[in-house]
Design a protein around this ligand. Structure first.
Ligand SMILES: [Mg+2]
Length: 269
């Protein structure tokens, strides 16, 4: 009998040595307070409503003043048709719910695409009213996003994010098309540095408004990793210096939305 217990104990020990107990599941990281603020606070929505209300109020004045352009250096545009340029994520579509998923799934461009194609888009309060006012006043509306034009394995087409983005905009009540949606890598030279695409629109239109959540939606060379034509990494100091350089534009053709969740600001030092 005793020998029997010894055998059972030995077998139990052997089992222990080959099958260590599973580690307890790692606790999920707490949700970032910035994500909580965007997703749940009334304050966030009040700010975006306020920014877009100011933008809407300014629109007739900027439209009437044909000497004005929201593109620094654009001085030959008085006779060009007017246009505005909006970013997409955190400007007209909120990503807060997707950002929450990054607690347990690392960011990837495919992951972002996959979330957006499978979930209804969430509007940023106030954007629709501005866009409707612009369209009613005969202003062309362009969307300039760093969502990338690239193929994904197992997904049809060379640029599947384009239609998904058009669908996202439709889900928040905005009609647009591929001609008015300028994605990263869609044309040679269209990197995530948005200056090329702003200048491209400026060739044919007088740009009277820029709307975005990232400094790079307004100012060029704001990224830690410089992309042509920028040669130097942006720094916190260089970004702050640009506040003075472009002081006349903030709230006067340039309208920035809050985003404490992600952006080019996070990687500069
Ligand atoms: Mg954005």
């Amino acid at each position: 009998m005793k020998r029997h217990y010894v055998l059972i104990a030995a077998l139990a020990l052997a089992a222990c040595s080959t099958q260590p107990p599973a580690a307890p599941p790692a606790p999920e990281a707490p949700i970032d307070i910035g994500i909580l603020w965007v997703e749940y606070s009334a304050e966030y929505q009040a700010i975006t409503a306020q920014v877009y209300a100011d933008a809407r109020e300014d629109l007739p004045r900027l439209l009437a003043d044909t000497s004005f352009s929201a593109l620094p250096g654009q001085s030959d545009a008085a006779d060009k048709p007017p246009a505005i340029i909006l970013d997409v994520d955190e400007t007209v579509v909120s990503n807060a719910e997707y950002q929450e998923t990054l607690r347990h799934t690392p960011y990837s461009r495919f992951g972002h695409f996959d979330w957006m194609r499978n979930n209804p888009a969430v509007p940023v309060r106030g954007a629709n009213a501005l866009i409707e006012a612009a369209k009613a006043a005969g202003v062309e509306v362009f969307f300039l996003t760093n969502r990338a034009c690239e193929p994904f394995e197992g997904v049809d087409g060379d640029c599947p994010y384009e239609q998904v983005t058009i669908d996202d905009l439709r889900e928040v009540g905005i009609e647009t098309d591929a001609e008015r949606l300028l994605m990263a890598w869609e044309q040679p030279g269209w990197s995530k540095e948005k200056r090329h695409r702003r200048d491209y629109i400026g060739q044919t239109h007088r740009v009277i408004g820029l709307y975005g959540d990232d400094y790079g939606d307004f100012v060029h060379c704001t990224r830690a990793k410089p992309l042509a034509p920028c040669t130097e990494p942006a720094t916190r100091a260089s970004r702050h210096a640009a506040l003075d350089t472009y002081a006349d534009y903030w709230g006067n053709g340039w309208y920035i939305l809050p985003n404490p969740m992600h952006g080019s600001w996070t990687s500069v030092r």
